[in-house]
Design a protein around this ligand. Structure first.
Ligand code: SF4
Ligand code: SF4
Length: 293
């Protein structure tokens, strides 16, 4: 009897460490969004928050390996009691993008961030995640009150001279892109954000989105054919790694998957990775990167 043909799983090569992601918020978040691909929330302690000492250690190693820029994420990074010290430490090493839901950024915190930027040699930038320019639609996904709190956070950041990039997970139909982009940019302008910028991310059908929408189907995976006319090193996993309190993962998307944990220290993880996860299919078909540009 003929045996079913085995799928050849392509490997992404490791080119160099350009970007280090650090999960300083762990999986702890004050929100519990219905599409969160790592199911973060107030009770999720799968990954603990990172300590300043751990971040310092990573910075030292990443500098030796030539890292050019840094991103921090969670969970919600502003739940970390050492967040300001962590920001300041990273900014001694390179440019930093902070991913946040914006709901904990008071005017006092924004002023403190401005002071940190004033004494740092590298630029600090913020990405605030929301779902909609309409309160009802946003709060249906992110929880009651999250719209108004994020709006305050965006205004506070803007007033402190940090016009944030708005990050949105794509939840509308094909063909609506232009209209939705225009409406989000208008929304940012209405909040007095100069030169509004938008980052649209695809939904990954893992974590809470898998529970609330659907799982990947069996034919949603990458094959070697997917990379015949596509440079595989465009995938962010060719040039970055994600550090968590439990070790170094291949990317920020797969931190809930043990087989994506590549080692305890960065230098152990600078090697190819087999793209066996269906989430890799989303990266390939959307050409997406978690980075800001
Ligand atoms: S999507 Fe972001 S804000 Fe929402 S629960 Fe996940 S980490 Fe928190
Ligand atoms: S999910 Fe995306 S970034 Fe992560 S390993 Fe797969 S292709 Fe790379």
């Amino acid at each position: 009897m003929a045996r079913p043909q085995q799928r050849m799983i392509p490997e992404v090569p490791f080119v160099q460490l350009d970007t280090l992601w650090i999960q300083v918020g762990g999986t702890l978040c004050n929100l519990q969004c219905t599409h969160c691909f790592i199911s973060c929330g107030p009770q999720n302690h799968t990954h603990r928050m990172m300590k300043l000492s751990q971040v310092r250690h990573l910075l030292k190693e990443s500098r030796l390996l030539g890292a050019k820029d840094y991103y921090i994420t969670g969970g919600e990074v502003f739940m970390n009691p050492e967040i300001f010290e962590i920001l300041e430490a990273i900014l001694q090493h390179g440019p930093l993008d902070v991913l946040t839901n914006g709901t904990l950024i008071t005017s006092e915190k924004a002023a403190q961030l401005r002071k940190i930027q004033g004494r740092s040699p590298h630029p600090l930038q913020f990405r605030v995640s929301m779902e909609s320019f309409e309160e009802k639609t946003n709060d249906k996904i992110r929880g009651k009150g999250s719209f108004n709190r994020a709006v305050k956070g965006i205004r506070n950041l803007g007033s402190a001279g940090f016009p944030p990039i708005l990050t949105v997970t794509r939840s509308w139909d094909d063909g609506q892109d232009l209209e939705m982009e225009a409406r989000f940019l208008e929304f940012l302008k209405s909040l007095d954000v100069p030169e509004p910028r938008l980052k649209i991310l695809p939904g990954f059908l893992i974590g809470r989105l898998e529970e609330n929408l659907r799982a990947y189907s069996s034919d949603e995976h990458v094959t070697e054919k997917c990379f015949e006319n596509y440079d595989i090193t465009n995938l962010q996993c060719a040039t970055s790694r994600m550090a968590t309190e439990k070790g170094i993962y291949v990317c920020p998307i797969l931190v809930d998957h043990n087989d994506a944990n590549m080692g305890d220290v960065l230098k152990e993880t600078l090697r190819p990775f087999a793209l066996a996860h269906s989430a890799c299919y989303t990266c390939r078909v959307t050409g997406m990167t978690c980075k800001s540009e």
